[in-house]
Design a protein around this ligand. Structure first.
Ligand code: UDP
Length: 235
């Protein structure tokens, strides 16, 4: 096994599937199966899922919403997605705990390193809802922060494409994919891997990032086991 403890970052948007918003039960079921395979490798699995399928603070601002309140709405959206994921995993008998950045008694425990370590060591999946608990951040930054706290071996960032390209592969069919990149190269080439705050946190704490195609079955398991998929960004 290449990675013993992973932090999986899923975007909220990807939960929509073909829908315009909300949670597609089909997509949810797919993620649950992918995570189940990851758990079966024996790796410790922590997850941060975004909220973009329900609400994004900045989108709200564009419509006249206050930024801070919009961001809290976005953080609450991540809690809804996390509960959905927990429910899906528990249906498959995968013990899963929520440790939130925003106190939400009755639904989630507190996102502290101690709590996370305890549950991960017990073989439970740990989902971190509520982002960092602060406005002006993103769930990418929450993923980097939690990964640093739990000393994850890697962040696996699931996307719609199979890695980092030199141009948008959905618009330019001639775009070239990088197999590996250093943090410095990514900055130099102005490649967007995570938002800048999140990226800086990973670089400073030396947390490698694998950007991979979440919609290709078996990828998470295979990456854990050492197969190269997508793009590896490391120092
Ligand atoms: N958010 C926040 N602080 C955090 C994490 C998230 O304020 O630490 C808010 C922010 O408004 C963001 C929304 O939650 O737009 C949803 O998160 P994100 O956009 O990262 O979700 P994704 O794009 O991954 O679905």
């Amino acid at each position: 096994m290449k990675y013993k403890r992973i932090l999986l970052k899923l975007s909220g948007e990807s939960l929509m599937g073909d829908q315009q918003s909300g949670i597609s039960s089909e997509k949810l079921g797919y993620y649950v199966k992918e995570i189940q395979q990851a758990v079966r490798t024996g790796a410790e699995v922590a997850i941060v899922i975004g909220g973009g399928n329900i609400y994004r603070g900045l989108q709200g601002v564009a419509g006249g919403m206050d930024r801070v309140q919009g961001d809290y709405m976005g953080m609450l959206a991540t809690i809804i997605n996390s509960i959905a994921l927990q429910a899906g995993l528990e249906k498959m008998n995968i013990p899963t705990v929520l440790l939130s950045g925003i106190p939400i008694e009755g639904i989630a425990g507190k996102a502290t390193r101690r709590n996370a370590q305890k549950h991960l060591s017990a073989g439970e999946v740990v989902i971190f809802p509520g982002g960092t608990g602060n406005p002006f951040f993103t769930t990418d930054t929450a993923a980097a922060l939690r990964a640093a706290e739990i000393e994850a071996d890697v962040i696996l960032k699931g996307t719609r494409v199979d890695g980092v390209y030199d141009d948008d592969p959905e618009k330019n069919p001639g775009a070239i994919r990088y197999e590996t990149l250093s943090f410095d190269e990514a900055i130099q080439k102005k490649l967007k891997i995570l938002d800048i705050t999140a990226f800086t946190l990973c670089r400073e704490n030396n947390i490698p990032i694998v950007v991979f195609d979440i919609n290709s079955m078996g990828n998470i398991k295979q990456i854990i086991e050492g197969k190269d998929h997508g793009t590896l960004v490391s120092s």
